[in-house]
Structure formats: C-alpha cells, structure tokens
Design a protein. Structure first.
Lengths: 536, 198
C-alpha cells in the first residue's frame, strides 16, 4: 500500500535555491517598514528604545526630585504617583534596557556567527512591531488612568493586554536570536568557538525564554481575574504591581544584564588582539551567571521565600561567575597588548556597575543585613530598587557601548571616539550615584519602595539619586551625540576599525543585505581573523 | 515495492536550512511549558493556602466529574501515537498513511476541545471565584495551545501534501510533533493536578 513519492519538481526547486540571485537591497520606506533584514530591525529597536528611554529617564528624574522633599515638592498628585511609579519601573525594563540590548544583539549576533540572516526574520520583524505597538498601548493605558493602581477598568485591562504583547514580542526576538546562534553557524564554528557576546546573548535569550513566559502566565491570570472580578487579586488593580515585583528583584533582574558579560569579554579580548586561553572558563562563567539569575520561582515573593536558603545561596554564588569572567579576560593581557578605546570604557563601566549590583544583591540577601522599616516586608525595601537600577543601568551602558563598538555594523561610520570616551565615564558616575544611595538607604532601614506620597529612601540620599539620574541622562545624551557619524555616508569607512578577531569584522561597512561580500574562511578556531592573518 | 520506487527517483535535496524550524519550535515549546508551569504553580499554591487554612477548594455546589477529563487524557494519549505515526510514515515516504495519521491527530485534538467544553457545562463553576478563575484560565489557555498545535500540524500537513516534506527532510512535521507532545504533557499535568486531585 505504500506509495513512495518524492516529487521531482520539489527536488528541482530545492536544488535551484542555490542558484537563485541574491535579492536586491530595498530602498526608501520599504527598506524600513517591510524589512526582515536583522540590521534594519536592530536599528529600529535601538532608535526607538532610546526615544522611549528618554521618557523613562525623565520620569525617573522627576521621582528623584520629588524624593528630596516629598512633603513640599508635589510633582505627582497622590492619585497618580503610584501609577507613574509603576510606569517608570516597567518602562525601564521594557522600553529601554531590554529593547536596547535586543537591538544591538539583532544587528551583531548574526554577523558574529557568520550567518547571512537572523533565524525567522519575519518573526524578528514582528517582534519589533509588536513591541512598538505594545509600548504604545501601555502608554495609552496610563493615559486612560489604567495600569496598576489605576481607576479605569478598561485602562487596567489595556495595561494587562499591553504587558502581554510586550512579553510575547521580547520572547519572539529571544527565539530568533537563540535559534540563530544554535542553528545558523557555519561549519567549524562550534558553540565553544562562538564569540563571547553571541554566547552571552544565547544564554540571555534562553533565560528570557525560561522566565518571561511565567510572567505571561501571570498576565493571563491577571486578565481573567480583572475581567471577571476573580478571587486571586479580587479584580483589584492594586495587586497587579506586587504580583510582578519578582521581575524587578534579584536574581530575576539579572537576566536583563547577562549580555553585559559577553560585551565585556568580547571588547577586552579584541583590544588585546590575543587568543583567549581561558575561553571555556569565560563561557562557563556566563552560563553560570545565567542559571543563577533564574528567578521565576519567586512568582509570589513572600518574606519566607526571599529569605530561603535557595535565594541566599543563588545571590551569594552569583558574584563568583563575574569574578571568574574578570580573571579569564584579564588573562588575555598576559599575551596581548592594551589599547584604551571608548569601547573598553563602556565595557569596564557596565561590568563594574553589574559587579557592584550583584555584590550588593548578595549582601542584601543575608536576612539580618537589611533593616526593613516597620510594617514593611523585607521585599519592599528600597534596597531592591537600587539593585534593579544597577542591573538595568549596566545593561543600558553595555547597549550604548555595543552601538559604539559595532558602529560600522549598526551605521555607516565609526562613532565619535572622543565623545565615546566621555560618555561611559559620565554614565558610570551617574549610575553609581543612582544605585548606591538606595542601597545605603535600604541597609540603614529607611525606605519602603512605595509610600503614600512617593518618598522611598532617605531625604538626603534622594538628592544624590536625583543627581545620578540627571547625570545618567546626560551620559545617554553624550553617547547619542557620539553616534551622529553613524548616519553620514562614507566611501572609505573601515570594515574593521579595531583589529577584530571575529567574523563580524569581515562584513563590509555598512553590511549588505546578505551580510558578507565574500565567502567566509574555514573556521578552525574561536578567533578566525587571527587565523587569516597568520595564513598571510 | 516502496524501496524499488525510492531507488528509481533522484536523491532528495539536502535540507535547505540546518533544522532552524525544529530548534525554534523547541525553544518556543520550552517557553510555553514554562508559562503553564507558572500558572499551575500559582494554582497549586493557592489551593494549598486554602486547604491549609481548613477551607474547601471547590465552592459549594460545584463538582468536577472525572470522566470527561479522563476521556480527554486517553484521547491525547492516542494522539501521541498518531502524530508519531505521521512522522514515521513521512519518513518512509508513505504519504497516504501520513495524511491519515495527521487527520486522526487533528480529529483527536478537536475531540479533546469538545470534551473540555462539555466539562465546563458540567462543573457549574463560576469564573469569579478563586477556583473558577484558575481552572478556567489554565484549561482555557491549554485549549488555545491545542488550537495552536492543530494549526501547526495542519500547516505541516498541507506542506507535506505539497511535497515539501519527505523521507529525508521531515523537519516541519517533527517540529509540529514536538509541540504536540508538549501539549499532551501539559494536559497530563492538568488532568492530574486539576481533574483528579481537584
């Protein structure tokens, strides 16, 4: 009964794909709106996240200023302060940090792994447009007096739906990125030879895929609860924010910052110009940090759960991978040279802020360290606002640094190096001033995350926080100014301004639609460009 | 006969892409499983909280009859066999049995949707209670997963009909089968955690 049919026409069609001409580069609006080119999608992510990020930084600054004298400075009304606080918190992750990192990863990762495209390019494009729509709907929900603590039932429903759309969009991008690294590498580029940034994006994407769906599941429950006045949250918008607070706390918040480690390792190895002998240690460290940032089991973060041995152990252990990575990266300078570049400053700044954050998270996880205010659970301490700000700012600094470092892949020319040297230093100062005061306030015991009128933290240290956020805003502005050359056409822009070691530097500036003008070399090591130079 | 016919044909082209669809489906499936893990975790935690305080989980006047859920479980188990049969048949270039197996899988999926909606009519459970909210949200989300799995399997069926998949490249069908196995696994957990232990 068996009927065997391998249709000849299908074989012909499959064979003919190799001979098909390379599609021409679209131009004009079609090149942006209808593009599945990973570089275009990445650029859109980067540009839009910086625009929306300005809103988030401005909102954070307003909160910082009100926190200096909350009794007299009434920037926000009592009826809207909680809502806007949640907008600042959610926006920092979903408007700024995550999409900026995703944007850089979408541009760079396919190039780094020698692929002509990102996996599922239409899905990657859909992730951007879905994210943009979700962001717009989230803002609209707040405009409708919705969101957590909102007064409009429709607005609250819209907030929940928008959150769902944002999470699904991020997950779609994560699946595209992870699949690219896993399945679209050329022969010879084993996973152990993948550049550290691409490796860190793979680890991050896997952790997003394993944790953000838990948030999506909660969003489904929230929606049904609110729509039908159910029994978990009693249909109340007040319970929405506490139910997603686990997203902003360690260890979960670290998942946003995993690519910081890959960026740090990649940049420093490149400036050294040397092979990384301890590459396995570096990759294991990034993987271990990813595993230790799994926080989805804290969906309902009770005091007992936050003080469990598991959370304490994970928080304490999370410091070790960072130290191991720093050691393995430092080892390359035993054989390599050192050149001070803006990328190095970005990499070191983001790594230092992340190290501070993770060390603080480890300290704060020890139950007796945090002196929580009366009537507050330990999870409500402003200490954790500092921790989450640290992880997110590290991701933002690394994201901006990624745009600078890979400027000839993101844009048409290298970024302005002098401004690029200044920006990470300003960002480092601003991030330290933003993070440390909240950590101190949490340790000395003054500070709910939220008060009736927003005044978390100490009045004195809140002044430093306000200054810190302003300096962060200034740093972002300086970084954006340094990116202006990326928009200018140039006939002689270098493809490899840093003496790169990995495949992305073989792509022309700017990379064409299929990324590489020539056939890639045979990959025999983790540093194929060193192999090429040695052959010559 | 099948072997000789296969030898008479030109060799199949190698897969156009290195299992991208399968890897992507595996990742998306992992994410879907985590979403259900989160929701079922909340269900178990809420139920534990109520029972620990001496309360009853099911509101008065409601019941969850076991029969529809168990029939659904048995049907899903059968569909595990039929989807495996479809993949195997395509592997042997046996398209007729492949169509039959995929058709049966889709029919079984529709039957489980039918049995679940029938169960809804029997429970008498209001959605605006803690129990009702969780049960309807979780089982409703699983119905959506079944629909997604059926659409995926149907698309792969049409692609097989079009000759895109065959013995040496059945990636699409394997990917659809992987997602379907996850759908069955989630149903098994729901069956035990909600329908059996109530």
């Amino acid at each position: 009964m068996a009927v065997t049919e391998t249709l000849p026409e299908s074989v012909d069609a499959a064979s003919a794909t190799d001979a098909s001409p390379t599609p021409s580069q679209p131009t004009g609006l079609a090149a942006v709106l209808g593009s599945g080119d990973h570089k275009v999608i990445g650029r859109l992510y980067i540009a839009t996240s910086l625009l929306l990020g300005a809103l988030v930084v401005g909102l954070g600054e307003a909160f910082g200023i009100e926190g200096i004298k909350p009794e007299t400075l009434q920037i926000f009304g009592d009826d809207s302060v909680f809502q806007l606080f949640t907008l600042a918190r959610v926006g920092t992750i979903f408007f700024l940090a995550l999409p900026l990192v995703i944007g850089v990863a979408l541009v760079v990762v396919p190039l780094q792994v020698g692929s002509h495209t990102v996996a599922f390019p239409r899905a990657a494009a859909a992730s951007y447009w879905g994210w943009l729509l979700g962001s717009g709907l989230l803002l609209a929900s707040y405009a409708m007096n919705g969101g957590p603590y909102g007064g409009s039932s429709d607005g609250v429903n819209l907030w929940i739906a928008a959150m769902g759309m944002l999470v699904l969009s991020v997950l779609t991008a994560a699946v595209s990125l992870a699949t690219t690294v896993i399945a679209l590498r050329p022969a010879g580029l084993h996973l152990s030879r993948v550049p550290l940034f691409a490796w860190s994006v793979l680890v991050a994407a896997l952790m997003w895929i394993l944790t953000l769906p838990v948030l999506f599941g909660l969003i489904v429950l929230m929606y049904v609860d609110h729509r039908h006045a159910g029994g978990i949250y009693n249909g109340s918008p007040v319970a929405l924010y506490p139910s997603i607070q686990w997203l902003f706390r360690n260890p979960q918040i670290y998942v946003v910052a995993i690519p910081v480690l890959g960026f740090f390792g990649d940049v420093l190895q490149t400036v050294s110009g040397a092979r990384m002998k301890l590459r396995g240690v570096a990759q294991a460290a990034i993987g271990a940090f990813g595993l230790l940032s799994f926080g989805a089991f804290l969906v309902a973060p009770t005091k007992a759960a936050l003080e469990s041995y598991l959370v304490i152990g994970m928080s304490l252990l999370a410091v070790l991978p960072l130290l191991a990575l720093a050691g393995s990266v430092a080892d390359v300078f035993r054989t390599g040279s050192f050149k001070l570049r803006a990328g190095v400053l970005y990499a070191v700044s983001s790594f230092l802020i992340l190290l501070l954050t993770v060390a603080a998270g480890a300290l704060g996880s020890i139950p007796s360290v945090l002196d929580a205010p009366p009537k507050a659970g330990i999870g409500d301490s402003i200490f954790f606002v500092g921790v989450s700000h640290g992880a997110l700012l590290a991701a933002v600094i690394a994201g901006l640094g990624g745009v600078h470092w890979w400027a000839t892949k993101v844009g048409r020319q290298p970024a302005n190096e002098k401004l690029g040297m200044l920006a990470p230093l300003v960002l480092l100062l601003g991030a330290a001033l933003t993070v440390i005061p909240d950590l101190v306030a949490g340790i000395v015991g003054d500070g709910f995350e939220l008060y009736g009128d927003y005044r978390g933290g100490l009045a004195g240290t809140n002044g430093a926080v306000a200054a810190g956020i302003a300096i962060v805003g200034l740093g972002v502005l300086v970084a954006v100014l340094s990116f202006i050359p990326l928009f200018k056409r140039s006939d002689d822009a270098p493809a490899d301004p840093w003496g790169g070691l990995t495949l992305e530097w073989l792509a022309p500036t700017p990379p064409p639609l299929a990324n590489f003008a020539d056939d890639l070399p045979v990959i025999t090591s983790a540093e194929p460009l060193i192999d090429l130079r040695e052959e010559k | 006969m099948a072997t000789s016919a296969a030898l008479a044909l030109p060799p199949a082209a190698p897969p156009a892409r290195p299992r991208v669809l399968l890897v992507g489906t595996a990742l998306a499936t992992a994410g879907t499983l985590m979403a259900f893990a989160g929701m079922i975790g909340v269900y178990l935690e809420q139920r534990h909280g109520v029972l620990a305080q001496g309360g009853t989980w099911l509101p008065d006047g409601t019941k969850i009859p076991l029969t529809p859920g168990s029939i659904g479980m048995a049907t899903m188990a059968l569909s595990a066999v039929t989807i495996w049969w479809a993949v195997d048949a395509v592997g042997r270039n046996d398209r007729q049995f492949a169509y039959l197996a995929l058709g049966l899988t889709i029919m079984f999926g529709l039957a489980v949707i039918n049995s679940t909606t029938f169960l809804y009519t029997q429970m008498g459970l209001a959605v605006n209670t803690k129990t009702g909210l969780l049960i309807y949200a979780i089982t409703g989300a699983h119905l959506a997963m079944i629909v997604a799995g059926l659409v995926y399997a149907a698309v792969m069926t049409f692609r097989t009909l079009g000759g895109e998949y065959h013995g040496r490249d059945r990636e699409g069908l394997v990917a659809a089968a992987l997602f379907w196995y996850a759908t069955i696994a989630v149903y098994a957990v729901i069956w035990y955690a909600i329908y059996v232990t109530k």
